[in-house]
Design a protein. Structure first.
Length: 390
């Protein structure tokens, strides 16, 4: 394998520093969120904190290694990657491990792989490849979007039946956003946008009858999560509403400067459920307060904006779509998680990337970061493109 040495000078140190800072804050938060969880302190002989630290180290190793393989190989292997993703989702639906009423994992021994997490990145690669290879100068029409619709509907359907309502929704959001970036004709966009507005109005006006409307399509606990969002205090204060209420109490009790590290009562006294996963930011808000939360969100936003800058400087259409899709994948999860923690979105089990505990989510995000590093390294022409050669 020949490697252009000029590529080494293009390693995006700033991106690595931002990711490292977020990971450090995530590990500090995870230690505080899991230190009082006796039930999960022994997991294959390791605490969640130690397991996450190992996955983070592995993730950084992956980032440093994969950035030297030209990202355009992903476009060449697109259908193989997409097919593998569908196979893994099918295996999960047929014979996967179950927990909490959902069947989402494949037990590999050292890690329980969650294919639906990997599918987010696989979909980004698939759509970027599709739109890069079928550019329409005047935008895509309805017939042109049949292919991308099928590309997203197959995995989204397999994820939905697990059931994983949150991830299925994220896949659809990624598909819509990447399609808009690729370019859609106004004659297609306007009717679809108007239809979306009408549906949102109908949903809002029907919120009092939400349970009856959704009963044929969703499971009872999923319906409860949606109805709880509109009024958590009254809808289910000791059930689904309990998580949201305790999260709001935790964030609110943090005040301006927080209660101090390892001093948050909601986390340490076990009032806050899922404090190491879905509600990790509530732990941070309680212990570090408004100032600490602004710092955290600020670093995260800088990381995402840096990713958008990389996308804008990519050397080809595939690189632009790929980098944009990765940033969108991470941003979408982060926004939904933060809104969920603050009771502005249903509790749908979406992790906060690089912060919430979970090996599959962390490694998927790190693979996305590796793609950003790869695109950044090749933003400008090089004398000898670094490629693997036989």
């Amino acid at each position: 394998m020949k490697m252009d040495r000029s590529l080494f000078a293009r390693i995006d140190v700033a991106l690595l520093v931002l990711v490292g800072l977020i990971c450090c804050m995530g590990l500090l938060n995870l230690f505080s969120g899991s230190v009082s969880l006796n039930a999960i302190m022994s997991n294959y002989g390791q605490s969640p904190f130690l397991k996450q630290a190992i996955f983070m180290a592995a993730g950084f190793g992956i980032c440093l290694a994969l950035q030297f393989f030209d990202y355009q190989l992903l476009q060449k292997w697109n259908w193989l990657i997409y097919g593998l993703g569908l196979v893994l989702l099918f295996v999960v639906d047929v014979a996967g491990d179950s927990a909490g009423g959902a069947q989402r994992w494949i037990d590999l021994g050292i890690i329980k792989l969650q294919p639906s997490e990997m599918e987010k990145l696989i979909l980004v690669i698939g759509l970027a490849s599709y739109y890069a290879g079928r550019e329409m100068i005047d935008g895509y029409g309805v017939k042109d979007l049949i292919g991308p619709a099928l590309v997203v509907l197959f995995p989204a359907g397999l994820v939905f039946v697990q059931p994983d309502f949150g991830t299925a929704g994220i896949l659809l959001i990624i598909a819509v956003a990447m399609t808009l970036l690729a370019g859609v004709r106004l004659s297609t966009l306007i009717p679809v946008a108007l239809l979306g507005v009408v549906l949102l109005v109908l949903v809002w006006e029907s919120r009092s009858d939400m349970e009856e409307l959704l009963k044929p399509y969703l499971k009872a606990y999923q319906i409860k999560r949606i109805t709880t969002m509109f009024n958590p205090e009254m809808a289910d204060p000791m059930g689904q509403g309990y998580q949201i209420l305790q999260s709001k109490i935790a964030i609110g009790s943090g005040g301006l400067v927080g209660s101090g590290y390892l001093e948050g009562t909601q986390a340490q006294l076990r009032f806050l459920p899922e404090r190491h996963t879905d509600f990790a930011f509530a732990v941070w808000g309680e212990e570090w307060g408004f100032i600490g939360s602004v710092f955290f969100v600020g670093v995260y936003m800088l990381f995402l904006l840096w990713g958008l800058l990389i996308a804008a400087r990519a050397r080809d259409r595939f690189g632009v779509l790929l980098a944009y899709g990765v940033v969108l994948m991470i941003a979408c999860q982060a926004i939904i998680n933060l809104l969920m923690v603050m009771a502005y979105f249903p509790v749908v089990g979406v992790p906060l990337p690089l912060v919430s505990y979970g090996g599959s989510s962390l490694l998927t995000t790190m693979l996305g970061v590796a793609i950003l590093l790869n695109v950044r390294m090749r933003c400008e022409p090089v004398s000898t493109v670094s490629r693997s050669q036989d």
